[in-house]
Design a protein around this ligand. Structure first.
Ligand SMILES: C[S@@+](CC[C@H](N)C(=O)[O-])C[C@H]1O[C@@H](n2cnc3c(N)ncnc32)[C@H](O)[C@@H]1O
Length: 283
């Protein structure tokens, strides 16, 4: 389909679902997002401060929250090209002792759930004894099949070797209350779009613009949506000064190389465990 998006390289203020509803079918190649988590704006830990957003309350009855997420995810499916992917960062949560898992609503969407990736943040401020210290979040790789082929195409070895556990501390130098670190969208873009094309990357909850900055620095066009003009103003400024994030992106790029093929490693009997540090070793 000929792309009709006049919003190429734009950040748009508004509700994600309403804005997406105005887009034609199948225009995006890749999406990456972290929606609000419906954390009820409670202060759940001794060390952690509340995540308070500028322009909306992250506080819905859980049932409403989940059905809205299904609605948005299905709209995202519509605007994504066949063979396109959407990466959805979320986490398991507990409300009054009841656990809610992102799979509770992801299975109700049209997407093929291609992978669950663990983001081991190695640290989190929220230490309470109700359960073991939760330092991980999840990233769901959602896939829109071409002609019912749910397997899709393979990643290149330089990217597939990343493993399904991504270990890195959260972003600290960003005034947004819940940004993801820039290596995260960079890793996804580098892995899913390994050859430079005209691909369009989008984030329907773009916040401080992290996905857009990563796309721009890697040579792709982007579209971002957020309800908050305040965050979009910050994101626009970040895009103008995107070279400030260049070194972080290059650090991620340096990981996407194969130094030795698996057959070379096998013949040289090289075995390197992927896990080198755990949160326990921080104490
Ligand atoms: C977890 S944050 C995303 C942060 C982003 N990944 C970053 O790195 O800065 C979620 C964002 O969703 C936005 N938001 C909340 N409700 C929204 C809605 N209905 N439509 C669009 N954006 C919304 C918030 O303003 C917030 O910036």
């Amino acid at each position: 389909m000929t792309e009709q998006v006049s919003c190429r390289n734009q950040l748009i203020q508004g509700d994600a679902f309403s804005i997406l509803s105005g887009f034609p079918d199948e225009i995006f190649d890749l999406g990456i997002t972290s929606p609000p988590y419906n954390k009820q704006e409670k202060n759940n830990g001794r060390l952690v401060s509340k995540v308070i957003y500028a322009d909306f309350k992250d506080k819905l009855p859980e049932e409403d929250y989940q059905s809205k997420q299904v609605e948005v995810l299905d709209e995202i499916y519509r605007v994504t090209k066949d063979g396109g992917s959407f990466f959805y960062n979320h986490k398991t949560r507990w409300v009054n002792g009841e656990m809610f898992h992102p799979m509770d609503w992801l299975r109700k969407t049209k997407w093929v759930i291609r992978q669950e990736i663990i983001w081991d943040r190695t640290i989190a401020g929220n230490i309470r004894g109700w359960r073991f210290w939760q330092v991980e979040e999840r990233i769901y790789w959602l896939y829109k099949p071409v002609n019912d082929n749910k397997k899709g195409t393979e990643l290149e070895s330089k990217d597939a070797k990343m493993t399904s556990i991504w270990r890195a501390v959260p972003e600290a130098q960003n005034p947004h209350p819940a940004p993801f670190p820039i290596w995260l969208p960079a890793r996804i873009i580098l892995s899913l779009l390994p050859r430079k094309t005209e691909a369009l990357v989008f984030d329907p909850y773009v916040g401080s613009g992290t996905t857009a900055v990563a796309a721009k620095l890697l040579g792709f066009d982007y579209v971002g949506i957020d309800i908050s003009q305040e965050y979009l103003d910050y994101a626009k400024n970040r895009l103008v000064n995107c070279e400030d994030d260049r070194e972080k992106i290059e650090k991620e790029c340096r990981l996407h190389v194969v130094k030795k093929t698996s057959s070379q490693r096998k013949s040289e009997r090289i075995y390197t465990p992927k896990v080198t540090k755990t949160a326990d070793s921080l104490f």
